[in-house]
Design a protein around this ligand. Structure first.
Ligand code: ATP
Ligand code: MG
Length: 581
């Protein structure tokens, strides 16, 4: 039961809920046991002609009372036990989400989104099933079955009980065997279903690519194959069910055959009364229905434990990048950045993404980074933000190594505009205010103006309240980039990093934005990553990256005079501009 260790505190906290719930469940079971007894008495009295009309009414009243009791106590155990399992599910889901958000980015390079989604949905569901319906059925299976067998043997006939129970082990065996087959079948259906939905989702979100490449036919063919697979899996499951149900019914019918044959004979010989016979068959019906649950309970419990183990593995994993007790909270940083002999290699990658990078960016100055695609530009801000840990060398801000700074304090002081400009499916206003706790509408507008997106936003139907993303409007690449810039600026960061986030705007707009930014970032540190020389030419210092190393550095003019890669890029871009303008 190692798998339930994580849940122990929850069970201890809610022990009275479970105890009370199980008590209600036991009351329900006891009440169920009363029904055969009432029937026994009624039949015996009818047979002996002892019943008047009034007497019959009293029996009817008993049954009604039992029915009422069953309803009330069933309601309470459902609320108590199933309610507790829902609460458990709620806590587990929160815990897992919190844990996942605290994991480092490298964790997500190692795990597929689909797998993590499966843990958050299927595994939590399996744990809830074990801790709710599983516990209920287990209590029933243990208590009700034993009680029924005891009642059958003591109130009717021991030999009849023993004979009627003969097919039961076979019933339990086939339930467990089939339970496994059904589980495997279900899993295959689910996986196949996920394939089908993935395909639909991919095609719908990528519909433009599918159409522009005229790939409808081949996509439909691919879909049909997956759909066919799902159909086959469903049919297999239907066949398993098709064999399973009749088999169970046949085996339980055997018990009734024995009861009618042998029990009937006992009635004829007068060994047991007709009432005993009726009560016995009612007990048997109760037994058959609750024994059939045993196989299910075993499977649900096993599945719950396996799922809990999987969730535990995730919960036990520590984020690779985290604070130590000595991490400092930098409150008023100046933004003086030093990279000293920094080298970095992505996990599993054999090549260095950065090699021996050293530079000093004094507070209040700007640094431009340029270089071919894949040359390591983005890796520099990623290391500064500690999205990855530096492997060799050191990075410091205001003479404090970034490894000694609290992650929250480090990242709060840096405004990072990511290359991908990812926005969330909410309003533009909320997207811009994403990184700060409180903000005013004036601030939102001010920074939108600096990012030259205010006018655009005012043209949208609901202005700043317009929802973006799948449920809202689709923004152009340049609009997304500029909203991301406003989102970084509103944090009022001491260090601002723009990673290739002016690539989708025209050079005139770029010039406007850079001019406004320069005013805003007057006493702050700025790093601008770009492919275009025009974006970075006014930076205080520029470094040119190639295959992860700095091959040239200096001001725009110095680099042009050097006549190396930078000058080469510049000339080509000048030429392009001449051709297109
Ligand atoms: N998660 C990752 N795992 C393995 N290798 C990676 C990963 N991310 C980037 N790389 C590799 O690291 C190198 C540097 O990547 P980086 O993103 O810094 O380049 P870049 O200069 O920003 O390129 P671009 O101009 O296209 O944005 C590349 O060779 C890239 O393939
Ligand atoms: Mg990049």
């Amino acid at each position: 039961m190692d798998s339930f260790k994580t849940l122990k505190p929850f069970f201890i906290e809610h022990k009275w809920t479970y105890v009370l719930g199980i008590l209600c469940l036991l009351v329900v079971d006891l009440l169920q046991l009363l029904i055969p007894e009432v029937l026994r008495s009624v039949t015996n009295n009818l047979e002996r002609n002892l019943l008047t009309f009034d007497g019959l009414l009293i029996y009817a009243f008993y049954i009604l009372l039992i029915g009422l009791g069953l309803a009330v106590f069933r309601f309470f155990w459902r609320i108590l036990i199933l309610g507790a399992s829902r609460k458990l599910e709620y806590h587990l889901r929160n815990k897992l989400f919190l844990h996942l958000l605290n994991m480092s980015t490298t964790y997500y390079n190692r795990h597929k989104t689909g797998d993590l989604m499966a843990h958050v949905t299927n595994d939590i569901h399996a744990v809830r099933m074990a801790c709710g319906p599983g516990i209920v059925a287990m209590t029933d299976a243990i208590f009700l079955n034993i009680a029924v067998i005891v009642m059958m043997s003591f109130t009717t006939d021991l030999r009849l009980t023993a004979l009627a129970l003969l097919p039961m082990p076979l019933l339990i065996f086939s339930m467990t065997k089939f339970g496994k087959l059904i589980h495997i079948g279900f899993k295959e259906v689910q996986e196949s279903f996920a394939d089908v939905t993935d395909k639909v989702q991919e095609n719908i979100s990528g519909i433009r690519v599918v159409k522009s490449f005229a790939q409808e036919e081949s996509e439909i063919k691919g879909f049909e194959e997956k759909n066919e697979m799902l159909f086959q899996k469903n049919m297999r499951l239907a066949k398993i069910f098709g064999t399973f149900h009749p088999l169970v019914q046949f085996l339980s019918a055997l018990s009734f055959v024995i009861t009618i044959g042998y029990g009937g004979t006992l009635v004829i010989y007068g060994t047991i009364s007709l009432g005993d016979f009726v009560a016995f068959t009612t007990y048997l019906a109760l037994l058959v229905s609750s024994i059939s649950v045993i196989g299910w309970v075993i499977n649900v419990m096993q599945r719950g434990m396996a799922s809990m183990d999987r969730i535990d593995i995730i919960l036990k994993e520590q984020p690779e990048i985290k604070d130590t007790p000595y991490s400092k909270n930098l409150i008023d940083i100046k933004g003086d950045i030093i990279f000293n002999g920094v080298s970095f290699k992505h996990p599993k990658s054999s090549e260095y993404a950065l090699k021996d990078i050293s530079f000093h960016l004094p507070s209040g100055q700007s640094l431009g980074i340029i270089g071919r695609t894949g040359s390591g530009k983005t890796t520099i801000p990623h290391l500064l933000l500690r999205i990855y840990n530096t492997i060799e060398g050191s990075i410091s801000i205001d003479d404090t190594s970034i490894e000694e700074i609290q992650l929250k304090s480090l990242r709060e002081n840096i405004g990072f505009v990511d290359q991908d400009s990812i926005l969330f499916s909410t309003t533009i206003k909320d997207n811009i205010g994403f990184g700060v706790d409180t903000y005013t509408m004036e601030e939102v507008e001010k920074f939108s103006r600096i990012a030259d997106i205010h006018e655009n936003i005012m043209d949208f139907p609901n202005k700043y309240e317009t929802t973006v993303g799948e449920r809202g409007i689709t923004l152009s690449g340049g609009q997304k980039q500029r909203i991301s810039i406003a989102r970084a600026l509103i944090k009022n960061p001491k260090i601002l990093i723009l990673d290739d986030c002016l690539s989708a705007v025209d050079t005139n707009t770029e010039e406007k934005i850079l001019y406004e930014l320069k005013k805003e970032m007057k006493h702050k540190t700025t790093i601008i990553v770009a492919h275009r020389v025009s974006t970075i030419k006014n930076c205080d210092k520029i470094i040119v990256l190639d295959h992860g190393t700095i091959i040239e550095e200096g001001t725009h003019q110095e680099l042009l005079d050097f006549n190396g890669l930078y000058a080469d890029i510049y000339e080509k871009q000048l030429l392009e501009e001449k051709i297109y303008n």
